[in-house]
Design a protein around this ligand. Sequence first.
Ligand SMILES: [Ca+2]
Ligand SMILES: [Ca+2]
Length: 86
Amino acid sequence: ICNDKEENVHFDVMNGAVKVAAHTPGDINEDGKVNLRDVIRLNQFVAGWNVKVNEGAKDVNGDGKVNLRDVIRLNQYVAGWDVVLY
Ligand SMILES: [Ca+2]
Ligand SMILES: [Ca+2]
């Protein structure tokens, strides 16, 4: 099961139906909130750490790549800047 970027997405089978979990933009660690923990997690991911990230949420600036620009964008968002997350 993939999203429109051909990335795998998480899904749960409930009552015989397949439910695709919609991601919250910027919620890298999937705890339902967007805060500094997500910035840190994404920073670790970009640095090559073996950490779990939301596949659909990690490209927060929507350029198709996951790198420091995404960490910076997410940091700005958490800091209250008027930026858009994808
Ligand atoms: Ca989070
Ligand atoms: Ca990106």
